[in-house]
Design a protein around this ligand. Structure first.
Ligand SMILES: [Zn+2]
Length: 345
């Protein structure tokens, strides 16, 4: 297999290496020389410093501004300082980058690259689809970093949900078409068939122009859980295919309507859905909760991965072999979730 650039997928030009967990982050959390958790992916012991993959020099440089912004924004979040809608949007770009980077890393390490044949790379997947971020904070958690949910069969199929724990902050991140737009008043996606990302046909209807709870099925905000949402319609905007987006509500609730970047909505403290307007700032870090069982934290990822598949896609439109395939993936996740519930540490 020829080496590919994890940003653009091409043979790396002027080869460089990119850390999928950025160096500033593993250093900031005291993990740079520590072994990272890659259970179920490879038996090899790989340190965060060695978790790096080929990239073009140019691609790497193009993303260095995002890394610099992410470092500043994450520092604010860990310090419970308020941030703007633009900063939250930037942070969500960074989560897209890390999530897809870990996906490509794990496909490479588990030698599944040829089997799965990744049909997109980081550059194509950043800022494309609706996004959600759940933020929780733990009491008495030490320094550290870990990622969860990137070794499941569903994640290999669709790298849309993962969890990143940075010191005492737990970030559960999801990105998929139609994930939040419907409930935020944006144009509505009818459930497509899953098609492993290869050009699924989506039907779009005009939005309701108002928000509703729950934005994502079953997920509630509380004093210890902040929920952040951003509708994204870059593909629609670039191809100019859906006039449904040419609506005052959409424009008033977007950061950059021309480029399909929706605005930031949130639920903080309670379930009232609010919009973070221009010039406003929000502290997305909730009140710390006593350390729950590790399994309880991780279970959210497996549940959310199943929800993205069963709640956003029309599985019944598949033939029986297809249905069996996706049901088996979800069954495996239910097993993971059950084991999580029972786990004790
Ligand atoms: Zn490249």
């Amino acid at each position: 297999m020829s080496k590919f650039c994890i940003f653009c997928g091409q043979k790396p030009e002027k080869k460089n290496n990119e850390h999928v967990i950025p160096q500033w982050l593993s250093k900031m959390t005291g993990r740079y020389h520590k072994v990272c958790n890659l259970a179920g992916v490879t038996d090899k012991q790989i340190s965060f410093s060695a978790l790096q993959f080929p990239a073009c020099t140019k691609c790497n440089e193009d993303f260095s501004a995002l890394e610099a912004d992410a470092k500043r924004i994450i520092t604010s979040v860990l310090d419970a300082k308020p941030i703007s809608a633009q900063e939250i949007s930037r942070l969500l770009d960074w989560f897209d980058k890390v999530r897809v980077g870990l996906w490509l890393a794990e496909l490479t390490l588990s030698q599944k690259v040829e089997e799965i044949d990744p049909n997109f790379y980081i550059t194509e997947r950043v800022g494309q689809k609706d996004r959600m971020l759940m933020v929780e904070r733990l009491k008495d958690a030490g320094q550290g970093i870990s990622f969860v949910g990137t070794n499941t069969a569903i994640f290999r199929e669709m790298p849309s949900v993962f969890q990143l724990i940075i010191n005492d902050c737990v970030f559960t991140n999801a990105s998929e078409n139609g994930l939040v737009s419907n409930k935020l008043g944006f144009p509505i996606y009818d459930k497509p068939r899953p098609d492993t990302g290869r050009g699924t046909v989506m039907t779009i209807r005009p939005g309701r122009n108002k928000t509703g709870h729950p934005v994502v099925d079953k997920y509630n905000a509380s004093p210890t859980t902040t929920l952040i949402y951003q509708p994204m319609y870059k593909i629609v905007a670039s191809q100019n295919i859906a006039s449904e987006y040419d609506a005052p509500y959409v424009k008033e609730h977007s950061i950059d309507a021309t480029n399909g970047v929706g605005g930031i909505f949130y639920q903080r403290g309670d379930n009232a859905v609010k919009y973070l307007g221009e010039g406003e700032k929000l502290n997305i870090t909730p009140r710390a909760q006593p350390m729950p069982e590790t399994g309880i934290l991780h279970k959210k990822v497996f549940d959310l991965q199943n929800y993205l598949l069963s709640g956003l896609y029309n599985l019944s439109a598949l033939d029986s072999a297809g249905q069996q395939y996706y049901n088996a993936l979800m069954q495996a996740n239910k097993m993971h979730a059950k084991i999580c519930e029972k786990s004790r540490r």
